[in-house]
Design a protein around this ligand. Structure first.
Ligand code: AAT
Length: 298
């Protein structure tokens, strides 16, 4: 999927390097690269870091965009603050994936959170993000409440005790390669078991727009709604992901994400956010008709 297009710039006679991701067979998204900072094949995946003018430093896994410096606040606000405003007394959090550290950074802004276990399969992603994306990775070695585990998230939840977390955030790659097991019924059942009675599961839920991603969205939703009594989907705008329209899933045994929002309590915490707010919290669950229909038929 990683295609480097090298063009000769007419005027300056310089070589241009572009990062290109195929969003469809005939549709590509490209960012002009100022520098290809790092490239390696880890035990699990191909990892590349680039520098660009518009999106700052960004990194890809197996050629797919993961995080850019400029738009990561959107993704990390939306994965974290939605569940935290539904249950502001969450104390024990499990993050699966999220090697860049952005999700952990947002979670650790809540002073009453007691413990965060972050389970990332690929230690190299963490170490490279600490080196090249210090603004997202900054909290990974600075907060005693956070414990890093370098192992498969599926195996970790299989081995975790019942009811040990109030919140699970699945900040995973797409369901190909190492992320595949995190989109299975077995995984969702284990998440349900290790969550407390008022626990919440948020998962990376793909995109509704292009058919190949919408297929994964439907597959994930059909499995989660079989597992949890409350299973909703919410949307946000992610400029560098395919089609720019992306989703997270909200699943719970007890809380409805709209009816049970504790907006006043959340405001009292004084957490400043650039994308999330409590109006958007309600709005992001209002889905376009075609998305609603696809999810209803999932
Ligand atoms: N914060 C947004 C970044 C990501 S990266 C997702 C991370 O999940 C990667 O670091 C990858 O190594 C890790 N991962 C993949 N599979 C597993 C697994 N089985 N167990 C633990 N960690 C895993 C998300 C990008 C979303 C992209 C959407 N197109």
């Amino acid at each position: 999927n990683l295609i480097k297009v090298i063009d000769r710039d007419q005027e300056e006679n310089l070589m241009d390097l572009w990062y290109t991701e195929n969003h469809q067979d005939d549709t590509k998204f490209s960012i002009k690269v100022q520098e290809h900072i790092h490239s390696e094949k880890s035990e699990f995946q191909q990892i590349d870091f680039f520098r660009s003018k518009t999106f700052g430093t960004f990194f890809t896994l197996d050629g797919y965009m993961m995080v850019t410096e400029k738009d990561e606040f959107i993704y990390h606000d939306m994965i974290t603050h939605i569940p935290m405003a539904v249950n502001p007394s969450i104390k024990k959090v499990l993050i699966i994936g999220g090697g860049d550290g952005g999700t952990a950074r947002e979670v650790l802004r809540y002073p009453h959170i007691e413990k965060v276990d972050m389970v990332e399969i690929d230690e190299r992603v963490v170490r490279l993000c600490q080196q090249y994306l210090p603004l997202t990775a900054s909290k990974l070695d600075q907060d005693d409440r956070l414990k890093l585990h370098f192992e498969d998230g599926l195996k970790f939840v299989q081995e975790s005790a019942d009811g040990s977390y109030d919140l699970i955030l699945v900040d995973s790659t797409d369901p190909i390669g190492p992320g595949e097991g995190l989109f299975t019924v077995e995984f969702y059942n284990n998440c349900k078991r290790v969550l407390s009675d008022d626990g919440i599961l948020i998962n990376q839920h793909e995109s509704p727009y292009y058919a190949s991603y919408a297929h994964e969205m439907k597959r994930a939703h059909s499995k989660i709604k079989e597992t949890f009594p409350i299973a909703k989907v919410y949307q946000f705008h992610m400029p560098t992901y395919p089609s720019g329209h992306w989703l997270f899933g909200f699943a719970s045994k007890k809380y409805d994400p709209i009816k049970d929002i504790k907006a006043d309590e959340w405001h009292q915490l004084g957490i400043k956010t650039k994308y999330y707010n409590t109006d958007l919290h309600i709005g992001c669950f209002m889905l376009p008709t075609y998305v609603k229909n696809e999810l209803d038929n999932a």
